[in-house]
Design a protein around this ligand. Sequence first.
Ligand SMILES: [Zn+2]
Length: 177
Amino acid sequence: MNSSTLPPLPYLQAYSPTVLGQVRQLIDQNQLGDYLARKYPERHPVQSDKALYGYVMEIKQRHLRNAPNLDKVIFDSKLEILHRALGTHTALSRIQGGKLKAKKEIRIGSVFKETPPEFLRMIVVHELAHLKERDHNKAFYQLCLSMEADYHQLEFDLRLYLTQRDLLANRSPQDKS
Ligand SMILES: [Zn+2]
């Protein structure tokens, strides 16, 4: 394989060369989109901040009732760039930013309005876990798993989804046919 033609995979940097090779193969064979469409055919109706608040509170009530109360839950279009969010495992939420510390907020990137429901759930679980664990440590992922048993697979597939989304966005119209 000619390394100069390898697509960059910014969302998948934490994964092994073997996994990256498999992903690149899917991309080369134009199968990544089909894989995702087959596995995640549904979309969800959570399109407003109000609906998102209700959605988040339902999961919180069920799994994290004793976590701090939330003052605000919104979609944020400025969180489109998820490279930093998920890529380097720094904070995705703004909960721990100094100024917002007193006010517990969950901001979900607007991109999640369009995703399959599984990915919205995954990112909400991730954010809720941050109410109790600031860092991405073992306790944090245990919390995620307690809310969503498929958490790790969903996070991986979300990264594939975002990769595919970038590939489509960067492809010129002529290439699409
Ligand atoms: Zn996080």
